[in-house]
Design a protein around this ligand. Structure first.
Ligand code: CU
Length: 194
């Protein structure tokens, strides 16, 4: 190889490495929800008991209030900012599946499991005037702080964990937070069962 070519090769290698590093960095940021974490949660903290079946860790994250126009009022979504549902694994075997859901955001959230029709992407459900999506066909939910299932349905408060164990057949599912405005703010994720 001539000396003239070597710098070109180094440039190519450096560019490739940079792309890899950037890709890994953004993936890690998403995985830890660091980009969406607001002030440290100050609410009730709790750990889930040992859960049956395939366990999926779900993280509910938001950027808090005030960043996109102040506190949410009257169910409006403009003040919500960005929020996310992050899953530790996108595919689980059919059968018993447990969702261990921690809220690292500053707002109360919940997690509802809905069937995802063939050909429909997560996040594509129509949002009603009340800021919520249709929960018809719901397979269950984790919407209780430090407890299983729907409970009183008051949601999982900041810093708390909720959980639910379901029997899921093969198919595509969408995990959503259906508090007013939250779906539109980005709180959905796909979970595939095979
Ligand atoms: Cu939410």
């Amino acid at each position: 190889m001539s000396p003239v070519r070597r710098p070109n090769l180094r440039l190519v290698v450096a560019g490739t490495l940079a792309a890899v590093v950037l890709g890994v960095a953004s993936t890690v940021a998403l995985a830890t929800a660091g980009a969406f974490r607001g002030p440290a949660p100050t609410g009730t903290r709790c750990a889930a008991p040992a859960l049956a079946g395939a366990v999926v860790d779900v993280t509910l994250a938001d950027m808090g209030g005030g960043m996109m126009g102040g506190p949410m009022t009257g169910g409006g979504w403009r003040g919500m900012g960005m929020a996310r549902v992050l899953v530790s694994r996108g595919v689980v075997p059919a059968g018993t599946v447990s969702l261990r859901v921690v809220n690292v955001g500053v707002r109360t959230h919940e997690l509802v499991v809905l069937p995802l029709p063939a050909g429909q992407a997560a996040g594509a459900r129509p949002v009603g005037a009340d800021g919520r999506v249709d929960e018809t066909g719901s397979l269950g939910e984790a919407s209780r702080s430090c407890g299983a299932g729907a409970g009183a349905g008051d949601g999982i408060t900041t810093g708390a964990t909720g959980w639910v164990t379901l029997t899921l057949g093969p198919g595509r599912y969408e995990l959503v937070c259906n508090l007013p405005g939250h779906y539109k703010a980005g709180m959905y994720a796909e979970l595939d069962v095979r």
